[in-house]
Write a protein that binds this ligand. Structure first.
Ligand SMILES: Cc1cc2nc3c(=O)[nH]c(=O)nc-3n(C[C@H](O)[C@H](O)[C@H](O)COP(=O)(O)OP(=O)(O)OC[C@H]3O[C@@H](n4cnc5c(N)ncnc54)[C@H](O)[C@@H]3O)c2cc1C
Length: 384
């Protein structure tokens, strides 16, 4: 008999973990506090590292079936608001990048779970001492392992005494998807202006996922916001297809988030037999498009390390290895993501001129080489 695992949170990290563990014969239960475990609608990009991790646990083909080529085959890189290119990435650098609508990814992952795995509509809480006991309104239940994948504002992280606090990145991010197919003219990627950015990524069905950032007051709350008029004011004079993306997005379909990451990396992802995973462990800014990718790497690492483990067995070597490997990798990615965001959000005209000149002078292959370690992942060898 495999390990009995409770997962808190049916986000991308929790679902990949649960599906991967089940394929290996473990007994998994997922608790999601929302009544509907589907995702809010916007896009997502996944790089080669995420697919290497999904392949290692037998989920790669299922996810590839709902993803599209992203920006592969298009001219991609960074532009100025006028549309002038600063950098063009070599095709090989974006070949492994794929795009997906979040709702489609969630559905594909939910479909991978056995019937009865998911319990929705009630929050679950972990034991503060890390004992593998999960509390829900239905009572307390003991497992072999509890994995908290409960996101950016993880209550598990604080219950375990690991929280270092969230910090604002200093900008808001808006995301939307056009109502129908939109021609991006063979060009995609990001456009960097003064203190604001806009990104364009085609989805598999021809609709376009777009994102925008700007330093602005957070507003009443994160989440859905009808900010289209304000966005048109900010980005309406930018090059095609930026205004077209906004024009093709239905009112009320824009998501807005005040971007945060963790103030400092956590000192541990593991307390006894309770493990943190995904944003709960290493919330990072979205500037490298790696938050979900890192959650997927976490999940695959844990699945691989638990291969052959039995209920009641000693999980400590596997959990120690998970803790060490994942903290090292994710702290680097989070640091780099924040730095890229800081450069992307520069607003002073002089700083922007220097940034743009430096970007324009850097050959695409050099930028691609710098991104290469991010897009690579290899499974750990199972703990002995
Ligand atoms: C603007 C923006 C753009 C992004 N773009 C990308 C991108 O292109 N590529 C990429 O890889 N990443 C991207 N990310 C990051 C990515 O969205 C996250 O890193 C990823 O979704 C985290 O997944 P998760 O499973 O750890 O957490 P979440 O997706 O937050 O899931 C946590 C789940 O836990 C549930 N939950 C919380 N508390 C409890 C509880 N007590 N009991 C039960 N359930 C609970 C929540 O309801 C939720 O369903 C982006 C993020 C932002 C903000």
């Amino acid at each position: 008999m495999g390990v009995r695992v409770a997962v808190v949170g049916a986000g991308i990290g929790g679902l990949v973990l649960a599906a991967g563990l089940q394929r290996d014969g473990h007994d998994v239960r997922v608790h999601e506090r929302r009544a509907d475990a589907g995702a809010l609608g916007a896009g997502l990009t996944l790089s080669g590292n995420a697919f290497a991790a999904l392949d290692a646990i037998g989920l790669g083909e299922r996810v590839r079936a709902v993803t599209g080529a992203g920006v592969a085959g298009l001219r991609a890189g960074q532009r100025r608001p006028s549309g002038r290119w600063m950098t063009t990435l070599p095709p090989a650098a974006v070949a492994s990048l794929r795009s997906v609508h979040r709702a489609d990814l969630h559905r594909a992952l939910l479909d991978a779970l056995r019937d009865g795995t998911l319990r929705t509509g009630a929050a679950a809480s972990v034991s503060p001492d890390g004992a593998p006991v999960l509390r829900t309104p239905g009572g307390a239940e003991e497992f072999d392992l509890v994995v908290a994948a409960d996101g950016l504002r993880s209550s598990s992280r604080s219950a375990l005494g690991l929280d270092t606090g969230l910090r604002r990145a200093g900008y808001l991010a808006w995301r939307g998807v056009t109502a129908g197919a939109l021609d991006v003219g063979g060009q995609a990627g990001e456009t960097w202006g003064r203190g604001q950015r806009f990104g364009v990524v085609p989805l598999p069905d021809g609709r376009v996922y777009w994102f925008a950032t700007a330093a602005a007051p957070p507003g009443p709350a994160d989440g859905a916001a009808d900010d289209l008029d304000a966005l048109r004011e900010r980005f309406g004079t930018w090059h095609d297809p930026v205004p077209a993306c906004l024009a093709a997005t239905p009112p009320g379909a824009v998501l807005r988030h005040d971007v945060h990451d963790l103030r400092r990396p956590l000192r541990s992802f593991v307390v006894d037999r309770t493990v943190l995973l995904g944003d709960a462990a290493h919330a990072m800014t979205p500037d490298l498009g790696q938050g979900a990718g890192q959650a997927i790497e976490d999940a695959a690492t844990l699945v691989v390390l638990l291969r052959g483990a039995r209920g009641g067995g000693d999980l400590r070597p596997a959990l120690a290895r998970y803790d060490r490997d994942r903290r090292r990798r994710t702290s680097r990615v989070a640091r780099r993501s924040r730095s890229v965001g800081a450069v992307g959000q520069l607003a002073h005209p002089l700083a922007v001129a220097v940034r743009d000149a430096a970007l324009s002078a850097t050959p695409g292959p050099v930028l691609a080489r710098a991104a290469e370690p991010l897009q690579r992942w290899a499974p750990p060898r199972p703990a002995g």
